[in-house]
Design a protein around this ligand. Structure first.
Ligand SMILES: [Zn+2]
Length: 234
């Protein structure tokens, strides 16, 4: 049983798979409701919709929870067992309100603390973190406009606030250099683009980092510290 302590419990809904989540969880996925929180609540309680999400994020007020995080919500098709879903009130192309950013950051901080989800952006199914519905492509139902570009871009604000909430700014993005490997290197390679996302910080990645640093008026030392991370994530 896992209910987010700051949520209004609005479940259970019929559209869910009891005990369907597979751990470790991979991250939190942002969606857009293309409608209102109240309308989405009705939709998820309607068995014929065959749809749900774990959480809902209204423009004003507290987060709602429809599905316990031990259960699988029906939001991202093949991604459902691994990712927690957050439906944001509004339409694709709109931005989140400051209330929604705060709510999402609170939820992400809780998932970081209780489930070990890293406080980082992801655009790849291989990398754990804060993702978005369309990143799953066809396997996730081909919702490429969910939640829309402005909200995708606001993810760094959510991450920054979640880092404040959990108080681990320094460990969220470790300094990376030649010879390092792992998920954070994959994250770096995804952000740089044009590289194989293999999680190995080799000569090719180092060259791409130096190139990125030169273009952004940073010292081109090939070492990814706080200044380089800040621009990569902006
Ligand atoms: Zn969606």
């Amino acid at each position: 049983m896992a209910l987010f302590p700051f949520a209004n419990w609005k479940g259970p809904v019929p559209n869910r798979t009891v005990n369907g989540m597979v751990r470790p969880l991979r991250g939190l996925i942002l969606h857009i409701q293309e409608g209102t929180e109240a309308g989405t609540n009705d939709w998820f309680h309607d068995k014929s919709s065959q749809a749900s999400s774990h959480f809902g994020n209204p423009k004003h007020g507290q987060i709602d929870q429809w599905v316990d995080t031990k259960d699988k919500a029906w939001a991202e098709v093949s991604g459902n067992p691994y990712w927690i879903s957050l439906e944001n009130e509004g339409k694709s192309g709109e931005s989140l309100t400051s209330n929604q950013i705060e709510n999402a950051a609170q939820l992400l901080a809780w998932l970081h603390t209780t489930e070990g989800i890293p406080l980082q952006i992801t655009d790849s199914l291989e990398i754990h973190g804060l993702g978005w519905h369309g990143m799953g492509g066809e396997a996730w139902g081909d919702h490429l406009d969910c939640p829309g570009e402005p909200i995708k871009a606001q993810r760094h604000q959510i991450i920054t606030r979640a880092q404040q909430l959990v108080g681990d700014n320094s460990t969220a993005h470790p300094t990376l250099r030649l010879g390092d490997s792992g998920d954070e290197v994959k994250h770096l390679q995804t952000l740089l683009g044009g590289l194989p996302v293999d999680g190995e910080f080799g000569a090719e990645t180092q060259a791409a980092v130096k190139n990125f640093q030169s273009r952004n008026d940073l010292t081109a030392d090939g070492i990814v510290g706080p200044d380089t991370w800040a621009i990569l994530l902006s």
